[in-house]
Structures are given as C-alpha cells and as structure tokens.
Design a binder for this molecule. Structure first.
Ligand SMILES: CC(C)(COP(=O)(O)OP(=O)(O)OC[C@H]1O[C@@H](n2cnc3c(N)ncnc32)[C@H](O)[C@@H]1OP(=O)(O)O)[C@@H](O)C(=O)NCCC(=O)NCCS
Length: 166
C-alpha cells in the first residue's frame, strides 16, 4: 500500500503579491482592462499554486463565481493573490483575488474574484490523489470551510442537470 503524501500548509504555495502593470494592449473598447486578460493571468497563477501544492500536473476543471467588481484602467497596476482554499480527493479549489491601484499613492481596490477548481492528473491524464492543505490563519480557515459549501453546490448542480436529461 502506498502512503498518502504528507499534508502541506496553505502558506507553502500561496502567491501573495503578483504585480502586473496595465498597458495599452490590455484595454477594451471603453479603455478599461479586458476581462479575458485578467482571467488568463488568474488561470496561470491558479495553476502554479495547484502544482506547487501538489507537485503533480494539474488541469483546470472549472471556474466559477467570476466577479468583475470594479474597472481597472491604463497605468494602474493589478496585484494578484492566489491560494489553495481546500483539497478533496484529486480536486482542489484555488481562490484568486485581484486589486487595482496606483503604485505612487499606494491606494488600491478589489476588482476581481474567482474560484478555480483544478484536478491533479497522472501520466495517462487520469485524476490522482493530492495531499491535503492545512489552513492556519483565520482567513484560511474561513475559506476552507466555505470551499466545501461551494463544492457541494457544484456537484449538486452538475447532478441535477444530469438527472434532468434522463
Ligand atoms: C479534469 C479531468 C481529468 C477530470 O476527469 P474526470 O473523468 O471527470 O475525473 P473524475 O471523475 O475522477 O473527477 C475528478 C475530480 O473532479 C471533481 N469534479 C467533477 N465534476 C465536478 C464538478 N462539477 N464540480 C466540482 N468538482 C467536480 C470530482 O469530484 C473529482 O474530485 P475529487 O477526486 O476531489 O472528488 C478531465 O475532465 C479533463 O481532462 N478535462 C480537461 C482539462 C483541461 O484540458 N483543462 C484546460 C487546460 S489546463
């Protein structure tokens, strides 16, 4: 029998401050940041957190609760934060938050949030078990608890849709 890999702390893989300066080619027709750009960076960072935590190849299964809370503009700097909220079997939830601000004034505002569900896969692309993530801070413990509520909802909705097609 193979032992489960040892659990790792959430803080091991956390990305606390990933800055990205907004340039002209990041803007949409109304001169605010194109949402797809934010999503792409968020997906890359969530993947890094997933792989750093698990030491396995991880793929994006689903993204939900995507919220663009406020526009970000040319010249501002986006700061991405990413951490593993909870691990189940082969899947885990990575939470992403983005703040937009001005480096000169140090003022920033929350502009984006989303949850990425990643699955660890083996060499054949089959889902494989991940070590647990240990939350330590109050915020990490809250996210850990809430992540389970979100997962139950995701599975319930998927099942309800499946059943409705029978
Ligand atoms: C991700 C993938 C390997 C999962 O395959 P699968 O046959 O569904 O695998 P499983 O049935 O073993 O499920 C894998 C995990 O996803 C979870 N899952 C499946 N559907 C889910 C849903 N709707 N909501 C939440 N979790 C879900 C399962 O519960 C399981 O997690 P667990 O082991 O923690 O319980 C497969 O769907 C895939 O390869 N998708 C493409 C990924 C991709 O190309 N991403 C973009 C580029 S990275």
């Amino acid at each position: 029998m193979i032992d489960d890999p040892p659990a790792k702390k959430v803080s091991y893989s956390v990305i606390d401050h990933y800055p990205y300066q907004i340039f002209h080619n990041d803007l949409n027709a109304i001169e605010t940041v194109f949402g797809g750009r934010v999503l792409e960076i968020a997906d890359r960072l969530a993947g890094i957190v997933a792989q750093d935590h698990s030491n396995l190849i991880c793929v994006t299964l689903l993204v939900d609760s995507i919220r663009f809370l406020a526009p970000a503009r040319r010249g501002e700097t986006l700061v991405f934060k990413a951490s593993v909220n909870r691990v189940w079997g082969s899947s885990m939830e990575i939470g992403i938050k983005v703040f937009a601000g001005n480096l000169l004034t140090c003022k920033s505002r929350h502009v984006f949030s989303a949850y990425f569900t990643f699955v660890a896969v083996d060499a054949d692309g089959k889902s494989t078990k991940i070590q647990q993530a240990i939350p330590e801070t109050e915020a990490q413990k809250r996210r850990y608890k809430e992540a389970d509520i979100r997962r139950i909802n995701r599975l319930r909705v998927a099942q309800e849709i499946k059943d409705s097609r029978l």
